[in-house]
Design a protein around this ligand. Structure first.
Ligand code: GDP
Length: 568
């Protein structure tokens, strides 16, 4: 796969010094500056007193993590903590299977819900009905020929990342408004609701945070996708949340993306805090997921009166950081924008103060990007990781995801792993196409309607694959892991796209030369931050998961990334 290749060609050398001094350790409390520590202590006391008796449901660490992410904003932290730990919102009925966050309870989702046990009789009935239904009819198309012969636009998916409050949601709301994906009436409606709750500037952001529970909280929680197109390009926007707790979701979003938009808040102080905080971790994660094209939206430039020097200063700092992380700088672009006012998003800024910028708008930069999927991926065996799963009138098992390899058409038999159950493709929708389609190929975001399979055999994070060449399910694998933080044999949460499961680093087989991949030392005691090791990872609780060579996985522990790399 192309991402695989990029990764192998990697030259890690420069970044090592970087890992040694900073990286994950930076986030430890011990590293707080004296001012930070003072602010943290005071804010913690305020949160504790605001929570009163309820505070016994929350640990000090949870409070301080919230404070750190909200820059010591006590109100926001309290709202977040109440929502998360004390009075969590009731789960929505749909989608059926929620992605598990935090990751530690993720593995449980493969357990069959008890409803299915008690409902055996009705399940059996349904199964019988399903079995009796005729198989979906195939048109026996030569999909690749159809694809090559079809008139098509360039298809691109992108993920949006950045520090919390950098203005991601507002900017995306603006983008969708200016691309006519949402109309002004909807925004006006949000505006009214927003004013009622005293958050009038959130109206644009609510376009994406359309779930009630997220509105109350003002933090984007789940992955959302939206489609829009220009004359030459069809774009799928994947909204990935920036809060630390949601990094597993962000990873899933990045796994679907061809490139990323990194939003930074240009305001003095906010930018610096972001760079120290999540901006850097997000960049690292992008890189370890093989996303190398980044469009940096230098946002909120209205707050600096479109100060061109500020823009240049931010550009230099980010380029410096990305260079240290070995991003190919030719694929990095910067656009000065104001999401709130809509400058240089779709429409060019008409501000006099902004007239120094004559480069592309954000939309033009999006269009200049290229898909990660290569033509050769189209003829590989089918692989679709399930990103979302729900029930539609057309099919009780309707899934969405990106086709990572291969192609699919109506009537195809497919295998769902790890359950090993067969299903048939009843209908296909492709991102950005208003009508159902007959086929789809690698690189496309699709909705697949399955038939002849029971919903209990399908979960978010499962892989839909070719029957003749399915992905194997394993409970142990070897990976080449770049250590974000020093590690040794220990329990971790394994992430691949939306798949998350408890795992254990069982064995450190070798330390590898970062560039050549040759063995430097056999059976090391630890793998130091910034170095690469070959390690054996076992999935816990006897589970077997659909994993194969060349896939990119991430190991996390207690909310931070331990290592990332490729399955060997
Ligand atoms: P997110 O957490 O990154 O999604 O950030 P939001 O979109 O929720 O924005 C955070 C805050 O910044 C809100 O109060 C927004 O109104 C404000 N904001 C967002 N974009 C801009 C902008 O371009 N200019 C100004 N002045 N404020 C903005």
């Amino acid at each position: 796969m192309s991402r695989h290749r990029l990764y192998q060609n990697y030259d890690y050398e420069d970044e090592l010094s970087d890992y040694d001094g900073q990286g994950a350790q930076d986030e430890e409390e011990d590293e707080l500056s004296p001012e930070d520590r003072k602010q943290m202590t005071e804010a913690t006391a305020e949160v504790l007193s605001a929570l009163g008796l309820q505070s016994d449901k929350i640990t000090v660490q949870q409070i301080q993590e919230a404070l750190w992410h909200y820059y010591y904003d006590v109100d926001k932290s309290v709202a977040y903590l109440i929502n998360k730990y004390i009075d969590p919102p009731k789960k929505e009925a749909k989608p059926k299977a929620k992605p598990a966050t935090p990751a530690s309870d993720a593995g449980k989702k493969t357990a069959k819900p008890s409803k299915h046990v008690t409902d055996t009789a009705s399940e059996l009935n349904k199964l019988k009905i399903a079995d009796a239904a005729p198989l979906p009819k195939s048109k026996n198309l030569d999909v690749l020929r159809e694809y090559n012969g079809s008139e098509r636009k360039k298809e691109l998916s992108f993920v949006v990342v950045g520090h919390v409050d950098s203005g991601k949601s507002t900017m995306l709301g603006r983008l969708l408004l200016d691309m006519n994906v949402v109309d002004q009436r909807t925004i006006d409606k949000y505006q009214k609701e927003a004013e009622k709750s005293g958050k009038s500037s959130f109206a644009l952001a609510w376009v994406l945070d359309s779930k009630t529970e997220e509105r109350a909280r003002g933090v984007t929680m789940d992955i959302g996708t939206n489609h829009f197109e220009t004359d030459a390009t069809m774009l799928t926007l994947i909204d990935a949340p920036g809060h630390r707790d949601f990094i597993p979701n962000m990873l899933a979003g990045v796994g679907l993306a061809d490139f990323a938009v990194l939003v930074v808040d240009a305001a003095k102080g906010a930018f610096e805090a972001g760079l120290k905080g999540q901006t850097r971790e997000h960049a690292l994660l992008l890189r370890s997921m093989g996303v190398f094209r980044i469009i940096v939206a230098v946002n909120k430039l209205d707050t600096t009166e479109w100060d061109t020097e500020r823009f240049t200063e931010i550009q230099d700092q980010i380029l410096g950081s990305l260079k240290a992380l070995k991003f190919p700088l030719k694929d990095i672009s910067f656009v000065p924008v104001s999401g709130l006012q809509g400058d240089n998003i779709v429409r060019r800024s008409t501000h006099k103060a902004a007239s120094w910028y004559t480069g592309p708008t954000l939309l033009e930069e999006l269009e200049k990007s290229e898909p990660i999927t290569k033509t050769e991926d189209h003829s590989k065996p089918l692989r679709v990781m399930i990103t979302d799963l729900w029930d539609t009138p057309q099919s009780a098992v309707t899934i969405s995801g990106r086709i990572e390899a291969g192609s699919v058409q109506i009537g195809d038999a497919v295998l769902v792993q790890p359950s090993g159950e067969k299903a048939y493709i009843k209908a296909i929708e492709r991102s950005g196409q208003p009508d159902p389609v007959d086929w789809a190929v690698a690189g496309q975001q699709v909705v697949l309607y399955l038939s002849h399979i029971d919903e209990i055999n399908v979960h978010i994070g499962d892989v839909i694959c070719s029957v003749s060449d399915p992905v194997a399910c394993v409970n142990m694998f070897t990976m080449r892991a770049l250590a974000f933080d020093t590690f040794f044999p220990m329990p971790v949460d394994l992430h691949r796209g939306r798949l998350a499961a408890p795992a254990f680093i069982r064995e450190l087989t070798a330390t590898l030369d970062i560039q050549k991949g040759t063995i430097i030392k056999k059976k090391p005691q630890i793998i130091k931050a910034g170095t690469v090791g070959r390690v054996r990872v076992r999935i816990e609780e006897g589970a077997k998961l659909p994993l194969e060579k060349g896939q990119r996985v991430i190991l996390r522990s207690e909310g931070s990334t331990v290592a990332a790399g490729l399955i060997e």
